[in-house]
Design a protein around this ligand. Structure first.
Ligand SMILES: [Zn+2]
Length: 267
């Protein structure tokens, strides 16, 4: 993954998706017009001024060669629900009411439909199936990771469009890293129950009794491999959002007093 700078604006792109000519980005908080805790590239309404959020989308969409009118949002609620959208859904969320309530994965094979995912520490997964020309964006926090929503998204691209999963290009976004993602044992129990192999990605916190560190970047990568993606087609950012608060919004640092990062992808 690499950083792109255009004036004050900074965002990340995956090199595998760039080589394939797929318009996409993972935002930083740098280069927008929002103020205070939303400073400056806040990409969700939250309690921010709507006109600033709309302007932020204009800025980031123009930078990646698309139009904010084409964005499609869903309401993410840590499920493993995945929904198909089309050109008829463009503008939902930013300009009109979002209709897809409770979906954490979104996909399309239509051009100029900008799939939008939101994050402030959670993993976003980017997908491009080159053989059938389809894209997907999946929000995979720890609950979605336990439910293997990334694997389910790849399965759906294969089932719905006939994509060859071994050819799918995937990107794993900046998210809270193993360095910082400290959890209690009930969270570890969920992983042990549903994904016994994930113990390889979980370690004890030696400094605090009953605390653990979980590697969401690593677990999501293994889920994609287990569902048929080729390791060489998965680009894992391994960037920690909590370690870089000047660059990313981090829920762990600020709680709800924050803006939101976004992942965008479009054919
Ligand atoms: Zn960290």
């Amino acid at each position: 993954m690499k950083l792109v700078k255009k004036g004050d604006l900074e965002y990340y792109i995956f090199e595998n998706l760039e080589r394939a000519g797929v318009k996409h980005c993972f935002s930083t908080r740098l280069g927008g017009v929002s103020e205070g805790v939303y400073s400056s590239l806040n990409l969700a309404f939250r309690e921010d001024k709507p006109e600033n959020v709309i302007e932020n989308y204009r800025i980031i969409c123009e930078a990646i060669g698309t139009d904010s009118k084409n964005t499609v949002w869903t309401r993410q609620v840590h499920t493993d629900n995945v929904i198909e959208v089309t050109e008829n859904d463009r503008g939902k969320g930013l300009f009109t009411e979002r209709q897809a309530e409770g979906y954490d994965g979104i996909y399309t094979d239509k051009k100029d439909v900008v799939l939008t995912g939101f994050s402030a520490d959670c993993v976003l997964l980017f997908f491009y199936a080159p053989d059938v020309k389809a894209v997907a964006m999946t929000h995979s926090g720890w609950r979605g990771t336990v439910l293997e929503i990334g694997g389910k998204t790849a399965d759906i691209l294969a089932k719905r469009y006939g994509a060859d999963k071994s050819k799918i290009l995937a990107g794993i976004s900046p998210a809270i890293g193993k360095c910082c993602f400290q959890v209690d044992s009930p969270v570890v129990d969920e992983f042990s129950d549903k994904l016994p192999w994930s113990k390889d990605f979980i370690t004890d916190d030696k400094t605090e009794e009953g605390k653990f560190f979980i590697d969401l970047h690593g677990i999501n990568q293994r889920i994609l491999e287990n569902h048929g993606l080729s390791p060489e087609n998965i680009e894992n950012s391994r960037i920690c959002t909590k370690c870089h608060p000047e660059r990313f919004f981090s829920h762990r640092i600020t709680g709800n007093a924050r803006g939101s990062l976004a992942g965008l992808i479009s054919l």
